[in-house]
Each structure stands twice: as C-alpha cells, then as structure tokens.
Design a protein around this ligand. Structure first.
Ligand code: NAP
Length: 295
C-alpha cells in the first residue's frame, strides 16, 4: 500500500460528499493516517460515531482542524465564510485548505481572504453526486470515473495542488484545472440550470388542482419521474448554490427562456422541422455523453 498522502485529514461537514471521502479513506488506507470529522449538529456527529468511518469526531471545528495537514470543507457553500473564520486561526503552518463546494468564485471570495500565510488554499469541485444527503448517503464509488475540477489561485503552491490532485485520483476521479469563472459558467449550464428547471417543474405540477396533482403522481411518465429525482436534492445546498452562482445562472436561464420561447412558437405555428431538429440535437448530446462514459 502507498504511503498515506496526509497524516491527518479533517472533514468539516459530513454529508454525501464528505462521508464518501471518509469511507474511501477508511477502505484504501492511503489517503490519510487519521480522519477527523466535524459537523454542525449533535445528531450528525452521533450518527458518524455509529457509522464508524472516522477516527475521531469533534464537535468543535477549531479543534477538528488543529494539527491537520489537510482540511476539506464539505458543508453547503453558504456556510463557508463562517466556517473559514472559525477555523483559520487554528490551521497548521504548511497545511492544505481545500473544499468540495459546487461554486468556485464565491468560495474564493468568501474563504480566500481568510487563509493565513503559510496555508495552501486549493479550491476543488468533485463533479459527482446523487440526490441523497447526510452521512448515511456516502459510498466509496461515488467519484469513480467522474471529474474533480481544481481552481487554484494564481501562484498557488504546486506541491499542494499536486497533492490535492492525487487525493482525487485515489478517490477514482479524473482531474482538471480550470479558471474559477469558467468553472461557474460551465456548471451553471450542466448542473445548476437543470436543477432549477427540475425544482420549477415539480412546483408547477404541485400547484395544479388536487385532482390532477394526484394523477401526476399516479401516472408520472419517465420524463417527469426523472425531474423528481433531481428535485429531491437538499434544499439548503441548492439554495446556497443558486445564490452563490447568481450571475452565471441568470445568464444561462435567460438563454434557456429565449430558446423555450422559440420552441413555444414552433409548437404554436406547427413548425415541425424546428421541433424535430431540437429533439435530434438532444439525442446527439445524449449519445456523446454515453461515448465519453458520463451518462
Ligand atoms: P449534505 O449531504 O447536505 O451534508 C452537508 C454537511 O454539512 C452536513 O454534515 C452538515 O452538518 C454540514 N453543515 C451544514 N451547515 C453547516 C454549517 N453551517 N457549519 C458546519 N457544517 C455544516 O451535503 P453534500 O451533498 O455532501 O454537499 C456538501 C458540499 O459539496 C456542498 O458545498 C455542495 O455544494 C458540494 N457538492 C455537492 C454535490 C452533490 O451532488 N450533493 C456534488 C458536488 C459537490 P449537519 O448534518 O450537522 O447539519
């Protein structure tokens, strides 16, 4: 077995993503010599003790990060500023501070200024997930074959960035570096807008009269069923993502609404060629996702 990458890995927040990393660390043994876990509520901390994937559970975030050579923020992005303020004075010299947040410009804005000199900040986003949340929902194959996107600030310590890349490779991911603004625009279209549409369409169905709402549930065709799976995601996490990627999300939404308007015209005026072309483009995108094994 390879040497553990880190002596002590502290995970702040332990839901789907954090608990998947902890489970991988336990299974492989070469991510960290010791895994320390912190979360917000006693209920979650108790559950982590029962699940047994942490070496130590700490109710206090400052105590959790003390002496850790890698600290990973795994809470919703809206909580990052407060967490960073609480832990920053307790970070060890030479430690790596990383995160798994779904938005990157906001993390750099909220956490970056609080990082003490001598601590290496390597923002990261593992592009992998399910609609489940909490410490029970993690699993060791979550990141397999998925991308981990790193957005290190200019001048970031190369050794620290390479270590974070290696951590994600050991978790089964492919890694790529990206400029944070570009990351946020790409994720707005491939993840944030689809979630916004899913939450909205479920709300629209829910607003229908009682009778038809029952039929929506009873006869849900696969199209609607797939939307409900996406819409089952954690409300706090998605509230924070929308509010922290506001500009890119609004831009993609405006483009989408123009295109939806064009589709609405095509339906109204019987423009069969337009409709067929759009469906064909959708099929093509699906085929290319299958080809690159990201379906
Ligand atoms: P999750 O399952 O909902 O778990 C969130 C964890 O954060 C819980 O342990 C929670 O503790 C803790 N937490 C919440 N508020 C906190 C606060 N104010 N201070 C300290 N801890 C707090 O979340 P997740 O799905 O793992 O997502 C975690 C992060 O990964 C988010 O930033 C998200 O954007 C990102 N991400 C998610 C996905 C996905 O598909 N789920 C994919 C990639 C990246 P309590 O239970 O004690 O409240």
């Amino acid at each position: 077995m390879a040497e553990p990458l880190f002596k002590r890995l502290a995970l702040i927040g332990i839901g789907l993503i954090g608990s998947s990393v902890a489970r991988i660390a336990r299974e492989r043994g070469d991510l960290a010599g010791e895994v320390v876990v912190n979360a917000r509520t006693a209920k979650t901390l108790d559950r982590v003790r029962e699940l047994g994937f942490a070496d130590r559970v700490e109710a206090d975030a400052a105590r959790a990060v003390a002496g850790a050579d890698c600290v990973m923020l795994c809470a919703p992005v809206g909580a990052f500023a407060d967490i960073a303020a609480a832990v920053a004075p307790h970070l060890a010299q030479g430690a790596i501070l990383t995160d798994v947040g779904s938005t990157k410009q906001s993390v750099i804005r909220d956490v970056g200024p609080l990082v003490p000199a001598g601590v290496h900040f390597v923002p990261t986003h593992p592009v992998a997930g399910t609609e489940y949340s909490g410490p029970d929902s993690g699993f060791t194959t979550l990141f397999e074959g998925r991308w981990a996107l790193l957005t290190p600030p200019p001048g970031a310590d190369e050794v620290a960035v390479a270590k974070v890349e290696e951590l994600w490779r050991r978790c089964g991911s492919m890694v790529q570096r990206m400029e944070p603004g570009h990351h946020d625009r790409v994720l707005a279209i491939v993840s944030h807008l689809p979630h916004l549409i899913a939450f909205t369409i479920c709300g629209t169905a829910d607003d229908l009269a009682d009778e038809s709402r029952q039929e929506v549930v009873q006869f849900a065709a696969s199209g609607f069923r797939d939307f409900t799976r996406i819409a089952a995601s954690d409300p706090v996490m998605w509230r924070d993502i929308f509010l922290n990627n506001r500009e890119a999300l609004l831009e993609m939404l405006a483009r989408f609404m123009e295109d939806a308007q064009a589709m609405s015209r095509a339906v109204r005026w019987g423009d069969a060629a337009y409709i067929e072309d759009k469906v064909e483009r959708g099929r093509k995108i699906r085929r290319s996702l299958i080809e690159v094994k990201q379906a």
